[in-house]
Write a protein that binds this ligand. Structure first.
Ligand code: T5A
Length: 221
């Protein structure tokens, strides 16, 4: 599926399950790109524009209570993350890439395949169709921060705070999300670098730095 979509070399995305350490990895990638003199836009999904951030809040906080009168339907959730993405691609990502800037994005379309496809069980061909129509390209590099579900969950719990609608899901949901990411990587191994996110942070930072510098050397060859 992915192989028919063009790559955007200047788009780097970070993916992974809950508590994988994306915040630290994002700062590491940003530092590597800035050190290499790249002009950079850092963004996130769902979100990245005012409207897309409103959609994010609706997705993550619409049904906080288990006894809420109205739960967000999985297909509505999928369409909302893609509505946010349509806005983000049109307003932020495409203009930045057209200027020749780099874009570093915390989560992107692979999260929809993993969470709405794997986690919620929605048909992967729906998601692929939305990806083709709404986005039309894939990143040049995607770092998959791979952490066992139980470890990631324990880190998030250790951080405290009120869990959002997705964080309240059960372990079986997150195991399906993990399998969803693994399937994405297997389908497009050239785009992904798997980072072992179960190791101490300093080790993960070193692995991320190596991967990004190797990618920069390849793109600039
Ligand atoms: N979503 C998103 C969809 O369902 N569909 C979509 O299409 C998209 C784009 C977004 C949510 O939306 C869903 C997926 C998500 O549920 P988010 O803000 O990206 O929300 O969500 P999270 O993944 O939940 O982000 P987190 O901030 O919770 O996770 P991180 O960034 O991976 O975790 P981080 O860096 O905050 O780390 C958590 C804690 O663990 C520690 C950190 O210090 C921190 O305290 N930690 C480590 N400790 C020791 N060793 C390590 N290696 C560590 N790594 C992290």
């Amino acid at each position: 599926m992915n192989d028919v979509l063009p790559r955007r070399a200047h788009l780097i995305t970070l993916e992974g399950g809950e508590g994988a350490g994306k915040s630290t990895a994002l700062a590491t990638v940003r530092d590597c790109l800035q050190a290499a003199g790249c002009t950079l836009v850092v963004s996130r999904e769902p979100g990245g524009t005012p409207l897309a951030e409103q959609l994010r809040a609706m997705v993550l906080h619409s049904s906080r209570q288990d006894d809420a009168d109205e739960r967000l339907h999985p297909s509505a959730e999928l369409l909302m993350v893609f509505a946010a993405r349509a806005q983000h691609v049109a307003e932020v990502i495409n203009p930045a890439l057209q200027r020749g800037d780099w874009v570093l994005c915390d989560r992107f379309t692979d999260s929809s395949f993993a969470y709405q496809g794997g986690g919620r069980g929605l048909p992967v061909d729906w998601i692929a169709d939305l990806e083709r129509r709404v986005v039309g390209f894939v990143p040049g590099l995607t770092l998959w921060l791979d952490v066992p579900v139980a470890l990631g969950r324990s880190r998030v719990q250790g951080r405290g705070g009120v869990p959002d609608a997705i964080e309240r899901e059960h372990d079986a949901f997150f195991e399906r999300v993990h399998a969803g990411f693994a399937a994405r990587v297997a389908a497009d191994p050239q785009r992904f670098v798997r980072i072992d996110a179960s190791v101490p942070l300093e080790q993960m930072v070193a692995e991320v730095t190596r991967a990004v510098n190797a990618y920069l050397a390849q793109v600039r060859r």
